[in-house]
Each structure stands twice: as C-alpha cells, then as structure tokens.
Design a protein around this ligand. Structure first.
Ligand code: NAX
Length: 333
C-alpha cells in the first residue's frame, strides 16, 4: 500500500457530497490500493451536519479511509492537498440577481484559491463543481498563481454523460457503446453538446453518430435542448438539483485525471483556454474535448468544426467572456 493522499471535498455537508464521499472513500476514484485522508470543509453552521457525515463514513468501515477531518477552517482544509474537489458555493436565492450571485462566488473562490496557493501542494489537482463552475474555477486558478493553470478544471462531465446516455437510449445500446461526444463551453444552458465526432458501436462496428441515430432533426434540435435543459428538468421533477448523477460525474472526471482516459477516447472538461484552441478566446475556463495521460491533459487536436458547431461554440464563449469580465471587475482587476 502506498502513502495516503490528502483529498478535500468542500460543501461536504451538502447533497452532492453525500452521494460522492462513499465513492471516493471506497477507491472508485484514486484506485483500489490508494489509502486516503478525506478532508471535509463546510461553513460553520453546517458543522453539526458534517459530524453526522463523518460518523457515517466511519461506520462504512472502509479499508482505504485512513482519516476523516471535518473543518470550517481553510488553513486546515487546504493543507498539503493532493486533490481538491470544490463543490460548495453560494446558491441562488429567490430574488437574487445573477450579478450578486457571481459576486458572492467570486469572494468564495478567491479565498479558496488563495488558500490553495498558501497551503496545498503545488501538484494539487483542483476540480470545481460549484456553480457558476467555469468562472469560479477561473477565479480560483487566478488566485493561486504558483499552481499551474493546467491543474484546474471544472465539471462538464455530467453534461457529457447526459449526452452520451441520450444517444445510447436512442440507439438502444449501452452508454459504453457511445464514445467521443463533446461538451463545448459553459456549464450552463448555452453549452453545446456536439456529436459530429461521436461514434456508436452497433452490432460490433463503430458508426458515425448521425448514421447510427438516423434522425438529423432530432440530433440538431431536441437532443441538444434536452442536454442543455437536463439540470432544470431534474430540479422540476425532484425539487432538488442533480446529486447522484453529479457525484458519478465527479468520480469519472477525477478518476480520468488520476489514471488517464482510454486509448482512442476523449472526454469533456472545463480547462484553461490558451493558444486560441478551436478559435476559443484565451483566458477562459471553457469545456473542450481532452485526452489525459500521466495526470496531464491535452486538447484533442484537428477535429473539423462545421458552421453549425462554430456558431454554437462562439455563443457559449461569448457568455463566458461576459461572466469573466464581470467577475474580474469584482476582483478589482
Ligand atoms: P447543497 O446546497 O446541498 O450543498 C452545498 C454545500 O456547500 C452546503 O452544505 C453549504 O453549506 C456548502 N457551502 C456553501 N458555501 C461554502 C463555502 N464557502 N465553503 C464550503 N462549503 C460551502 O448543494 P449541492 O446540491 O450539493 O450542489 C453544490 C453545487 O454544485 C451547487 O453550486 C450546484 O449548482 C453545483 N452543481 C454543479 C454541477 C456541474 O455539473 N458543474 C452539477 C450539479 C450541481 O448543480
């Protein structure tokens, strides 16, 4: 057995964390032989709830879980981290303006980014989940200048999994037979689920998604809208936002960062845009197709982008530029 790694989950008393912590603690993310010290951060009023979560983790009697550390203090939470999963954020309250929500989150992610800078290992891998995930991630990355920007990513894997599953259900195959869907842009309703490079394995051979589905109108219309609006549909039905599926996506995302993506496949995640990749403006956290090897990701290169995709990729980039500029004005930059 190797040395334990230190993994932080913020928003640890919340509903996503409740589905997530078991998966991490039992080895689904960092490997079946990797001992873990789990650090759980939430705000002070949630500490009694967090105590209950700690008791349940202890009661699972898991062999890999070496220690659980609940805290409301950033200097404790961010110390010596190998991985940080930032789930907690300021939720939108009734009557709250989008701008005020962004302002509250800029304050949280500036503070947590600074804590990463001051206390975490420089090799720490940071996954931001709390919304607005892309811009929160950018603020955290900018607040931790000595940690490489490539170590920061935000969650669009849930959108990726939703797209994959919609195509699979339409074709009557398991989700594992659908690969290389892409989510471009923001984790918001402007995101663009792109299936022009997606392959569906049917009767043993890989078909282009459009040939497998045989319904271009659905793929260019209802499919995209369903994936874009899926979060809202879950809230409407459950009266709570996605938690089980979000936790699964977080596990998928972090496992791929840790152990790599399968050969010939790519996944979607929000990463730092640079070099005008795919015509996306620099200095955003934008969801791209990436491949991961040796714990570092690279853009999938050379995918052809048609006019239909271009328009949708630009629209979601425009939203992210506006969000970034508003957020930066709150940072005083
Ligand atoms: P909950 O409200 O159940 O839990 C959030 C927890 O975060 C609470 O316990 C709260 O006290 C804590 N918290 C608030 N501020 C904090 C801070 N400064 N430091 C530490 N903890 C803090 O929300 P939940 O359903 O768990 O969702 C968490 C976040 O994930 C939300 O922002 C939500 O919008 C976002 N999501 C993002 C998704 C993505 O794909 N990127 C999908 C799922 C989810 O909607």
């Amino acid at each position: 057995m190797s040395e334990p790694i230190r993994v932080l989950v913020t928003g640890a008393a919340g509903q996503i964390a409740y589905s997530l912590l078991f998966g991490i603690a039992k080895g689904d993310v960092f490997g079946a032989n990797q001992p873990i010290i789990l650090v759980l951060l939430d705000i002070t009023p949630m500490l009694p709830v967090l105590e209950g979560v700690v008791m349940e983790l202890q009661d699972c009697a898991l062999p890999l879980l070496k220690e659980v550390i609940p805290t409301d203090k950033e200097e404790v939470a961010f110390k010596d981290l190998d991985a940080a999963i930032l789930v907690g954020s300021m939720p939108r309250r009734d009557g709250m303006e989008r701008k005020d929500l962004l302002k509250a989150n800029v304050a949280i992610f500036k503070s947590q980014g600074t804590a990463l800078e001051n206390y975490a290992k420089k090799t720490v891998k940071v996954l931001v989940v709390g919304n607005p995930a892309n811009t929160n991630c950018l603020i955290a990355a900018k607040s931790a200048p000595s940690i490489p920007k490539e170590n920061f990513s935000c969650l669009t894997r849930l959108d990726h999994n939703r797209a994959r599953s919609q195509v699979a259900m339409r074709c009557g195959v398991p989700a594992t037979h659908v690969k290389n869907v892409i989510i471009w842009g923001n984790h918001s309703s402007t995101q663009y689920p792109d299936v022009y490079h997606c392959k569906v394995n049917m009767a043993g051979s890989d078909l282009a998604c459009f040939d497998a589905v045989k319904d271009d109108t659905w793929l260019k219309g209802e499919f995209i809208a369903t994936v874009q609006q899926r979060g809202a549909a879950v809230i409407k039905a459950r009266k709570l936002s996605s938690a089980m599926s979000a936790a699964k996506a977080i596990c998928d995302h972090m496992r791929d960062i840790w152990s790599g993506t399968p050969e010939g496949e790519f996944i979607s995640m929000g990463v730092y845009s640079k070099g005008n990749a795919y015509g996306v403006p620099d200095d955003l956290i934008y969801s791209f197709p990436v491949q991961i090897k040796g714990q570092s990701w690279k853009f999938v290169e050379g995918l052809a982008i048609n006019d239909f995709s271009r328009g949708k990729m630009d629209e979601t980039a425009k939203e992210l530029v506006e969000e970034r500029d508003t957020a930066m004005s709150f940072l005083g930059v």
